[in-house]
Design a protein around this ligand. Structure first.
Ligand code: NDP
Length: 283
């Protein structure tokens, strides 16, 4: 009986790399779908990134994820960018195309929209987005490309908040404005999507929560949180208590994995299997 001992390879380049659970989620999907592939989690220092990408090319890797601190600097080592990665200016998923070119994509925001779409149809809705860092930028661009009509960006530092609002106005079909974050923020009536893309509430600071007036949350709003650890943040608990539907950061992480696997292997991976793999780790 013929054997094939050559496993197609994908993986991740980041620093630190040891706390990223993506490998467990992706390899669970490989096993479930009978794919004899491997996902190799690599710790790569900034000065070694070029060598790592050249190594991936030399070894025929089908693609790789990039995380902190490589999401922007990887671009100079690639052959092109997908549409939203170009607008966002950062890459977290690299895909080797059939002609051998390495193309950078950004699935941070796409994974978020995928998870959000399981709860509501974002098209035509008005959103309030808290945060203006890398995750918020990706989430804002993908919400706009998915048809969200208006985004109010609320951020502690005005410069970053204004930059994200301007990016949405200039480069996407949606409109956007920046609002300063002074005291407890009241979400305006007519808002349908409320999104936390700050790092407030992330483990180990699980008792922290973004300064949002919970009494301004009404049951016609969907409240989403990018934080995956813990999945049920203080904000999401408050939203559920007020009758809002919610989407958690674990769904965003799984959504990114599903989209990455589609790019690399062509399969539609079972999101439930991937979410269970993360839950089995205690997430
Ligand atoms: P950044 O460091 O780029 O941005 C952090 C953001 O949080 C900024 O907007 C910052 O505001 C804001 N912030 C931090 N501390 C405070 C505070 N005390 N009060 C108010 N605002 C604050 O991080 P990322 O954008 O990369 O990540 C943000 C979060 O998204 C993290 O929790 C990360 O875990 C999560 N994430 C989740 C993913 C998933 O798949 N679930 C994927 C990627 C990220 P300022 O500009 O004023 O500093």
């Amino acid at each position: 009986m013929p054997h094939d001992f050559l496993q197609p390879l994908v993986g991740s380049f980041a620093m630190p790399a040891g706390e990223n659970p993506t490998v467990a989620m992706i390899e669970a999907a490989f096993r479930h779908h009978g794919l004899n592939w491997r996902y190799i989690n690599c710790e790569v220092a900034p000065r070694d990134l070029g060598d790592a990408v050249r190594g991936a090319r030399a070894m025929g890797w089908r693609g790789f994820n990039c995380s902190i601190p490589h999401k922007v600097t990887v671009i100079e080592h690639l052959d092109g960018l997908g549409r939203s990665a170009e607008i966002i200016g950062a890459v977290n998923t690299v895909v080797r195309h059939e002609d051998g070119r390495l193309i950078g994509e950004n699935t941070d925001g796409k994974g978020f929209v995928r998870a959000l779409s399981e709860v509501t149809e974002p098209s035509g809705q008005r959103a309030v987005l808290f945060g203006a860092g890398g995750a918020a930028r990706a989430v804002a661009v993908e919400m706009a490309l998915a048809g969200v009509s208006h985004i109010t960006v609320v951020n502690r530092s005005p410069a970053r908040g204004e930059a994200v609002a301007r990016l949405i106005d200039d480069r996407t079909p949606a409109s956007a404005e920046y609002r300063p974050w002074e005291g407890s923020f009241r979400v305006p009536q007519g808002t349908r999507l409320v999104v936390n893309a700050t790092s407030v509430g992330l483990y180990p600071d699980v008792d922290a929560t973004p300064d949002i007036d919970h009494d301004s949350l009404t049951p016609d709003m969907v409240v989403a949180d990018g934080i995956h650890n813990p999945p049920l943040t203080k904000l999401l608990r408050a939203a559920q208590a007020r009758g809002c539907k919610t989407a958690d950061g674990l769904g965003m992480l799984v959504g990114q994995g599903v989209i990455g696997l589609k790019h690399w292997t062509g399969i539609d991976a079972d999101a439930g299997v991937m979410r269970r793999a993360l839950r089995d780790l205690g997430l």
